[in-house]
Design a protein around this ligand. Structure first.
Ligand code: NAP
Length: 256
């Protein structure tokens, strides 16, 4: 019997990519999982895959992390269903475009990145952590990026949001010092998910990002999430930076 069977993990952006793979991996470890994202059809597919494997039906609910009312309703529903929240994987996030600042015509792209990657993560954290403190156990795992450690041309706003994730992670760890809540950031390089299609707008352009190299896959990041989440309670993994062997930094890749 898993030692995590009574623990509840909330995963944002669980409908695709890293969020979906992490939800499946955490469920495999025995966690009860609560899945949120905007696309409920894809969420239902992920929930079904988890149920088929574990026999346990995950909680799922439509969630736009940019909307405060959605976040409050989602977290209340999870707390009501399970009576506790132990892990929050703040994974929902995106990049829109690789446009230099002075050439960006659509400032809505900036709004979407900032509202999702920063404000959404803050809202989810604010609503969830009090349940962790009340339950005497908690872990906030943020999906950062190497873009939060190294800026690049065309990535000003996306990088700014991920620098912000790192700042929030570090500040939160200090704010929660003395509480039974751990705080981790997992910072990947290139992972082949839906990320580049969302960022660049079509599959062909997305495929070119990974052409000639072996990128990470979502399951590689799920491994990191599970590693952090399954350490003993007294062990806080502050940060995991993980890149493909074919990548040495943002824009520094080996293609064959
Ligand atoms: P993905 O396949 O595009 O998945 C992104 C997920 O975020 C989707 O499930 C999407 O679901 C969800 N999402 C987007 N906006 C949302 C919103 N407003 N509310 C709720 N959910 C929302 O990309 P991914 O690579 O798995 O990205 C996951 C995280 O990893 C992101 O934070 C990203 O910045 C980070 N990351 C990715 C890479 C990479 O190379 N792929 C590298 C470093 C870091 P819906 O559309 O259904 O809402």
């Amino acid at each position: 019997m898993s030692r995590f069977k009574d623990q509840v993990a909330v995963i944002t952006g669980a409908s695709n990519g890293i969020g979906a793979a992490s939800a499946i991996a955490l469920a495999r470890e025995g966690f009860q999982v609560a899945l949120g994202a905007r696309n409920t059809e894809k969420l239902a597919d992920v929930a079904q895959a988890i149920e088929a494997e574990s026999g346990v039906k995950p909680f799922m609910m439509e969630l736009d992390v940019r909307k405060e009312a959605d976040v409050k309703a989602f977290v209340s529903a999870v707390a009501e269903k399970f009576g506790r929240i132990d892990v929050l994987l703040n994974n929902a996030g995106l990049a829109k475009g690789v446009t230099p600042v002075i050439e960006e015509e659509d400032a809505e792209n900036w709004d979407q990145m900032i509202d999702t990657n920063v404000k959404g993560l803050l809202l989810m954290t604010r609503e969830t952590v009090p349940h962790m403190i009340k339950g005497g156990n908690g872990h906030v795992i943020n999906l950062g990026s190497i873009a939060g450690r190294e800026a690049y041309a065309g990535g000003a706003v996306y990088c700014a949001t991920k620098f912000a994730v790192r700042a929030i992670t570090d500040a939160l760890r200090q704010e929660l010092l003395g509480q039974p809540v751990r705080v981790t950031t997992v910072d990947p390089g290139l992972v082949n998910t839906g990320f580049s299609v969302v960022r660049l707008g079509d599959q062909e352009k997305a495929d070119a990002v990974y052409a000639g190299l072996t990128p990470l896959v979502a399951e590689d990041i799920a491994d990191c999430v599970v590693f952090a989440a399954t350490r003993p309670k007294h062990v806080n993994i502050d940060a995991i930076i993980v890149k493909p062997t074919d990548q040495a930094g943002a824009g520094k890749v080996a293609r064959r």
